[in-house]
Design a protein around this ligand. Sequence first.
Ligand code: 13P
Ligand code: SF4
Length: 311
Amino acid sequence: VEEGIDLKAEISRLKKEKNAVVLGHYYQADEIQEIADFIGDSLALAQWAAKTDASIIVMCGVHFMGETAKILCPDKKVLIPDLNAGCSLADSCPDDKFARFIEEHPGHTVISYVNTSAAVKALTDVVVTSTNAKQIVESFPEDQKIIFGPDKNLGNYINSITGRSMLLWDGACHVHEKFSVEKILQLKEQYPDADVLVHPECKGAVAKLADKVASTAGLLKHAMASSKKDFIVATESGILFEMRKKCPQKNFIPVPPEDSTCACNECNFMRLNTLKKLYNTLKYEWPEVVVDKDIAQKAVRPIRRMLEISE
Ligand code: 13P
Ligand code: SF4
């Protein structure tokens, strides 16, 4: 990056010049959220990608989000500031092993969380996000046998609120698994009136302490509508940027990870994206997200099915 350059101004100029749109997930660093054209949860990012008429989509999130955008918009250029921005949850479900799991359990509908590779989506009947998982699971008859992957915590939570007994893949997110009952109870002692907000990727024991279990967008909505002043937030701490912006008079307390002295629990993959990398990505139109054509053709169906059901 050239010295003395005004990165924000240059990013805005390049966006206009190239008819590019910058989409950012709520877990991005504040500097990215400040400059993105749109920020949202994983469902909203997919919905945005599906409807934008920009020529270039820069996905400030992790790789599977870029893949989802590319699968929905095969003719657009989809860029991601750092190709190493993966996801431990997606990695916990390799496509060859998932294919074997499906083969071993015939007669099941396959529902996959959006946090999966394109190859896993290609094996899937319908994709879900944490915003629409309950609605989509309930759109199937009660006696329908279902495989749900890869997040066992989200799967267990959906089973518990729908009374279903979906067969679960044994995967998890290394960030959300780090939230512990102890740290939340400690914060509850300090802020006894606070609402505890929990993402469903957290362990069941943590979800039990929640006043609200929801996706990032759902937790934000709850905080905005609530008359409470304090909120203890058990999800990646990037969401606090938008919570504080939308509710400046309220107090948001991030739950620290159980095994560390850090005040916040951040996703190392999400945080690989920086303003400098975003600038270079726009300037050189690199790195690009590429999805194999055959896989994309299969994966687009369960993603579109999700978008239709969630309309
Ligand atoms: P949502 O954006 O759907 O809440 O998902 C959280 C997440 O972990 C994304 O990687
Ligand atoms: Fe994946 Fe977890 Fe990071 Fe989300 S927070 S991108 S699920 S590793």
